[in-house]
Design a protein around this ligand. Structure first.
Ligand code: PMP
Length: 393
């Protein structure tokens, strides 16, 4: 029995994936391997470790919740202090109308909740999402994803879903009085960091208002300070009807949320058993970690530093092989000629001690999404390693 071969199926299955690095410890912006290897983490678990790995205040919050309770019940029978404190702290970061928080386990689950909410609230069945969107890997969230290759093997998926092109105002007329919701990443992440403009978001908001369509913004990757505002939609001077978040929200712990106004969320509240049931959603230990994360972002003024740190990356990453940099704050894509040019650069950078990767739907661009706590000296160190990797690859 002891000789039985076992497999951990979470591990990346493709042979060209560069990151099969064994990590023994993570601290701040660094990952440490079992043989003394030390890497600068420029990915942050794709926008998870915004406050860095094992931030002492996150660890403290987790430890003190461990002394109180781990899990109570499923249907909201108990008032759980970490959840209520977190809901208040989240609402304090949001426009006043977004005052109803539904805590879940993950980004995909938050998307599921938001889509179900839109169907219940509007009584409509059609959903519009974007080409090249990524919203998760459960059946519903996959259905609103915008990449056919990822979806093909799982059809039939949810009916009633059509796609528009993110940022293209001409497509907005496809929103009609049959549309329950438009779901969109505020900044498209896995498409390789695509940023629509303010006029587009204004027009999107107007079309949704005129047709009674709910606007769901997916801030799972872009939220929690990553773009230089707490929420990325703040850049565009609009307010969505529903915000979905996860990833950076937990400071490294699993948690997500969909957030709406009282009227919209009321359809779930009035009949909770037909709303969204989640056994572990808003787990108290994760909620405590999340509250600490919100406080760290604010107390350490990390969000205010995002723009200048992003500018420093852009001023240092200059090389003829770099075709351009797309970014909103520290959500960055460094573009190369092709995957064949980029891949050896990523491999070499990892050997030299800097971890980056590429995007699910954009493999000619290098992802740079460091913990927001990264210092200027660390940015300089990371960029000089990337430039060395470009030369040596
Ligand atoms: N939406 C976006 C924009 C994401 O980046 C992700 C995760 N990469 C998700 C949804 C799904 O989140 P999760 O993996 O927590 O289910």
């Amino acid at each position: 029995m002891n000789n039985r071969q076992i497999f951990l199926s979470n591990l990346a299955q493709t042979t060209d994936f560069p990151l099969l690095i064994e990590v023994e410890k993570a601290e701040g912006i660094h990952l440490h391997g079992p043989n003394g290897e030390k890497y600068i983490d420029l990915i942050s678990g794709i926008g998870v470790s915004n406050v860095g790995h094992r931030h002492p205040k996150v660890i403290d919050a987790i430890q003190s919740q461990l002394d109180k309770y781990l899990h109570l019940m499923v249907y909201g029978e108990y008032v759980q202090t970490p959840q209520t404190h977190l809901a208040r702290a989240l609402c304090d970061t949001l426009p006043p109308q977004l005052d109803n928080v539904y805590l879940v386990n993950s980004g995909s689950e938050a998307v599921e909740g938001a889509l179900k909410l839109a169907k219940r609230f509007t009584g409509r069945r059609e959903i519009i999402s974007c080409v090249n969107a990524y919203h998760g890997s459960s059946h519903g969230s996959l259905s609103v994803g915008g990449n056919e290759i990822f979806k093909r093997a799982y059809r039939p998926l949810l009916p009633g879903i059509s796609h528009i092109h993110y940022g293209n105002p001409n497509d907005l007329e496809k929103i009609t009085e049959q549309t329950a919701a438009v779901i969109m990443e505020t900044i498209q992440g896995e498409a390789g960091i695509r940023v629509a403009d303010r006029d587009y978001f204004k027009a999107l908001r107007k079309n949704c208002d005129e047709t009674g369509t709910l606007l769901i913004l997916d801030e799972i990757q872009a939220g929690f300070g990553r773009t230089g505002r707490f929420w990325a939609f703040e850049h565009f001077d609009i307010v969505p009807d529903v915000v979905v978040c996860a990833k950076g929200m937990g400071g490294g712990m699993p948690i997500g949320a969909f957030i709406a106004n009282k009227e919209v969320m009321g359809v779930f509240k009035n009949n909770p058993l037909l709303g969204h049931i989640t056994t572990f959603g808003g787990h108290p230990v994760s909620a405590a970690a999340s509250l600490a994360t919100v406080q760290i972002l604010q107390e350490e003024k990390l969000i205010q530093q995002v723009e200048s740190k992003a500018e420093l990356f852009k001023s240092l990453l200059v090389n003829p092989k770099i075709k351009g940099i797309r970014n909103k704050g520290l959500m960055m894509a460094v573009e190369f000629e092709s995957f064949d040019v980029l891949k050896p650069i990523i491999d070499r950078a990892i050997k030299l001690g800097v971890i980056t990767d590429w995007f699910l739907f954009c493999d000619d661009s290098m992802r740079i999404a460091p913990p927001l706590i990264i210092s200027e000296a660390q940015i300089q160190e990371a960029c000089s390693i990337i430039l060395q990797a470009i030369e040596e690859a």
